[in-house]
Design a protein around this ligand. Structure first.
Ligand SMILES: Nc1nc2c(ncn2[C@@H]2O[C@H](COP(=O)(O)OP(=O)(O)O)[C@@H](O)[C@H]2O)c(=O)[nH]1
Ligand SMILES: [Mg+2]
Length: 212
């Protein structure tokens, strides 16, 4: 794949990159058959770029995962959080769990019913369903209220561990729809910013003229 590379002067340098927590470091450990790269079930385990020497003239670089600077597709944001690509301090578990349930109710009602011994899942609201899961799992607060934070953590954990079974969060067709909607929103935002900037410029120009 790199015919012009090789030898000490022009070593092959391979960069493993991708979003956080998808198995980059694990892939490197598999290739090298040694546990060189630190891995873990959490984004942000690889903190700095790490150089792994496969041969004298062949280097692998493990990198910390990267995400887009702005996640403009709301659904993608929730899916990335649910699947563990976003650090736990950057989202609310309860909010992510409710979005996840909205999806599960629609497409995987049977799996949710089986796991949590519930019925009629498709007809419940997301909040009612999270509450029901919390109650089933004994996530209770004093006074008989359900600890929704705990229920959300249980749901997200079991989803990530495949305890709920195999689940697809988005199809290419859905993504296309979401992306189109997000582009429309983004265009509106940029249009607004441009208008604001041009208004501000007009005001500056006119105040400059009146000072003359
Ligand atoms: N099920 C499954 N889990 C994997 C696979 N590769 C990695 N993992 C797990 O996913 C988590 C993240 O892996 P890691 O290599 O640290 O991801 P990185 O952040 O992309 O470097 C770890 O808990 C791994 O054990 C895979 O092929 N299948
Ligand atoms: Mg890593």
């Amino acid at each position: 794949m790199a015919p012009l590379r090789g030898g000490m002067v022009k070593p092959v340098r391979v960069l493993i990159c991708g979003i956080p927590n998808v198995g980059k470091s694990t892939l490197i450990n598999t290739i090298t058959t040694k546990r060189i790269a630190k891995t873990g079930d959490e984004p942000g385990i690889t903190k700095i770029e790490q150089k792994i020497v496969l041969e004298n003239d062949f280097y692998l670089f493990d990198t910390p995962g990267m995400l887009w600077p702005r996640i403009s597709i709301e659904e993608s944001g929730y899916n990335l959080a649910a699947s563990g690509a976003i650090g736990r301090n950057a989202y609310e578990e309860e909010e992510v769990a409710l979005e996840l349930l909205a999806r599960l109710r629609q497409h995987y009602a049977g799996q949710v019913e089986e796991r949590y011994k519930l019925e009629g899942v498709a007809d419940l609201s997301d909040e009612a369903l999270l509450t029901a899961i919390g109650r089933k799992r004994g996530a209770m607060l004093s006074g008989g209220r359900v600890n929704l934070q705990k229920a959300a953590e249980v749901l997200i954990y079991e989803f990530r561990q495949s305890i709920l079974g195999r689940i697809t969060l988005e199809t290419p067709a859905e993504f296309k729809q979401w992306a189109a909607a997000a582009v429309a929103v983004e265009e509106k935002r940029q249009d607004k910013t441009a208008k604001r900037k041009s208004r501000a410029k007009d005001e500056r120009d006119s105040s400059a003229r009146s000072e003359d």
